[in-house]
Design a binder for this molecule. Structure first.
Ligand SMILES: Cc1cc2nc3c(=O)[nH]c(=O)nc-3n(C[C@H](O)[C@H](O)[C@H](O)COP(=O)(O)OP(=O)(O)OC[C@H]3O[C@@H](n4cnc5c(N)ncnc54)[C@H](O)[C@@H]3O)c2cc1C
Length: 321
């Protein structure tokens, strides 16, 4: 977790309080929404969740966010987002939401610290890459283990890279990684790929890509950075050590949207929004990876957050003056 500053909230606070605009999530989408809403003088409250700064704060360096020609640390970028929003009156609280009632306004949100009622709500709870849950994976995340080729590929120029997965994301990101890596070796637990035919053909014919079938990762090995992976053939049980500099894991993504099921329209777990970030409930907006299975970048998530805040501002002007 990053060490961003947060406003402490008493754990014993139970009486519901009322805010104009509540934002769930403190990743790029939530903090960009907070900045825009704060500048519209809505005094937004941001419920941070357990990952202050969001997924972006997990990565060592972000080099594709405009305005930082030398790149910026992921946690530092989250900190800057937060400070900028707070400068205009946003309040970031270290707290998590676990239940919502969106059936009527004010919307009710149950958090670990009590109930909050809000005239408008922006959901930016993001998504989490599915992890393999093997030894070394968590410890070496950001030190060679990554869940985003577009983000981290550049760091692996002329290095050996391993990709895990057999779907579209694994192949798309694997092909992207061939621009940088000296070799891209894909490990798949089955003997055939799930990805689309065109993508499969391109990947299978690519001179830099190699495929190891029927094999799973059992461990990521390394001290300060990834040095190898221990693999296991699922048919023979044979274990091997495979030397690599990077491990890119693409075995799926789960949007953090479970608590909205049955209350908002969704598609494959992602909250459905129109191009103004409206959800199926008036006054409830969603932005960033909670609503976007496609782009999954800091800049696109922040852009969606800003758009949601602009729309929420108009909504509140219409509804409450
Ligand atoms: C290792 C890694 C490296 C990356 N590198 C880059 C990069 O270089 N460039 C780039 O553009 N993108 C990168 N990405 C992708 C980028 O981080 C995401 O696209 C972006 O963070 C999504 O922003 P978001 O605000 O939609 O969601 P998230 O960043 O996922 O934030 C979600 C927020 O919601 C909060 N939350 C979740 N559940 C609850 C709850 N119940 N109550 C309250 N809050 C909740 C979390 O605590 C978190 O603050 C990377 C991702 C990873 C994992």
């Amino acid at each position: 977790m990053s060490n961003l500053n947060v406003v402490p909230v008493s754990p014993h606070e139970t009486a519901p309080r009322h805010v104009k605009l509540l934002i769930l999530g403190s990743g790029p989408a939530g903090l960009a929404a907070a900045l825009y809403a704060a500048r519209a003088e809505l005094a937004p409250v941001v419920i941070s969740g357990t990952e202050l700064g969001g997924q972006a704060a997990l990565t060592f360096s972000i080099e594709n966010y405009p305005g930082f020609p030398e790149g910026v640390g992921g946690a530092e970028l989250g900190d800057l987002f937060q400070k900028q929003a707070e400068r205009f009156g946003a309040q970031v609280e270290f707290d998590s939401a676990y239940n919502v009632d969106l059936s009527k306004r004010p919307f009710k949100v149950a958090t670990d610290n009590g109930e909050i009622q809000a005239d408008a709500l922006i959901i930016t709870t993001g998504a989490s890459p599915i992890h393999l849950n093997i030894p070394g994976e968590q410890e070496l995340t950001g030190k060679g283990v990554s869940y985003c080729g577009t983000c981290d590929g550049w760091f692996f120029k002329d290095k050996r890279v391993v990709v895990v997965g057999g779907g579209d994301s694994a192949l798309e990101e694997g092909l992207f990684l061939t621009r940088y890596g000296s070799s891209v070796t894909l490990f798949h637990r089955r003997d055939s790929l799930r990805a689309g035919a065109v993508l499969q053909k391109r990947a299978l014919e690519h001179p830099k890509m190699k495929f190891i079938w029927n094999t799973v990762l059992a461990e990521v090995v390394g001290n300060e950075k990834v040095e190898a992976v221990r693999t296991k053939n699922v048919q023979t049980g044979e274990e091997s050590l495979f030397h690599t500099d990077g491990v890119f894991i693409f075995v799926g993504h789960t949007p953090n949207t479970k608590m909205f099921e049955g209350q908002l329209e969704m598609e494959n777990g992602y909250i459905k929004v129109d191009d103004h970030m409206n959800t199926s409930v008036a006054g409830v907006y969603a932005a960033g990876e909670a609503a976007d299975p496609h782009f999954r970048q800091v800049i696109t998530s922040a852009g969606m957050g800003a758009a949601a805040a602009i729309e929420a501002t108009h909504f509140l002007e219409r509804e409450t003056g």
